[in-house]
Ligand binder design. Structure first.
Ligand code: 9D3
Length: 247
């Protein structure tokens, strides 16, 4: 993925984009991200980017001119761009959008809002408006990082272990099963016997069952829109039958 980020707080991005998997993806040339300060595109000595709302009311609104100028600058090379505005009014971001973005050939421009909002005329530049969920953030910066993070790990070669993405497509739509590592007993807490049995078919079935149980418990909406196999149906009826028993 290639992208530019427009923000008035470029330093928010510095540490996250320079650690771990994202850092390595950048070093490998799989992720190209450039962060730009919208204030650099203002036209006055005070580097003003906001103003009070027409019609009155509290707070400030992003002025259109600096954002238009920034986008004009980014579009100078003439290459195709996909302009994404991070905003609470956007389409909810999910794994399928992350997959689409990871295959997109166009260079992205992520616009991070702040203040009460952004002058509506900026939307004439925007191809897609994206939200990361139903809660109120102070700005779009964390949302842009969430999108970049979720997309980057889907780019082939970005994760050390390519099997991780494969496993996901198998269990897509379910929450994860419980994980354990050494020691086998810790402060009286034991690792489930099946995991040390060496019976890999039984281990697979146990994991699937735990994943189905957990998902049923906290995200029944995910189960409702999943395509369940005959085996999944059988496991679910076992879970149903044993509900109320000791774990
Ligand atoms: C308190 C002001 N709100 C009045 C209803 C509007 C508002 C404006 C700007 C609320 C939040 C923000 C800043 N948030 C984002 O820019 C944002 C966001 C979010 O708040 N939640 C989920 N996804 C996103 S993407 C960008």
């Amino acid at each position: 993925m290639k992208c530019d980020v427009l923000t008035i707080f470029p330093e928010i991005f510095t540490s996250y984009l320079n650690e771990s998997i994202i850092k390595r993806a950048r070093a490998k040339g799989l992720l190209d991200v450039a962060v730009h300060n919208i204030r650099d595109f203002s036209s006055d000595a005070h580097r003003t980017v906001d103003d009070s709302p027409f019609g009155g009311g509290a707070g400030m609104v992003f002025k259109p001119e600096p954002i238009f100028r920034a986008i004009d600058f980014l579009k100078e090379d003439g290459g195709p761009r996909k302009v994404v505005l991070l905003s609470p009014q956007g389409r909810p971001f999910d794994q399928s959008i992350a997959e689409d973005y990871s295959k997109e050939e166009k260079r992205f421009v992520f616009i991070c809002g702040r203040y009460e909002g952004i002058d509506e005329r900026v939307k004439t530049l925007v191809d897609e408006e994206i939200s990361i969920g139903d809660y109120v953030l102070t700005g779009g910066e964390l949302a842009a990082l969430v999108v970049i993070d979720a997309v980057t790990r889907l780019i082939p070669g970005a994760l050390g272990d390519e099997r991780s993405v494969e496993d996901e497509s198998f269990s897509w739509g379910l929450l994860d099963y419980p994980h354990y590592t050494r020691p086998r007993e810790f402060r009286g807490l034991h690792v489930p016997r099946v995991l040390v049995s060496g019976d890999h078919r039984e281990i697979e079935r146990w994991r699937r069952k735990q994943a189905l149980r957990k998902t049923m418990e906290v995200r029944p909406d995910l189960i409702a829109r999943m395509k369940l196999s005959g085996e999944d149906m059988k496991i679910l009826s076992e879970i149903e039958a044993s509900s109320g028993e000791d774990p």
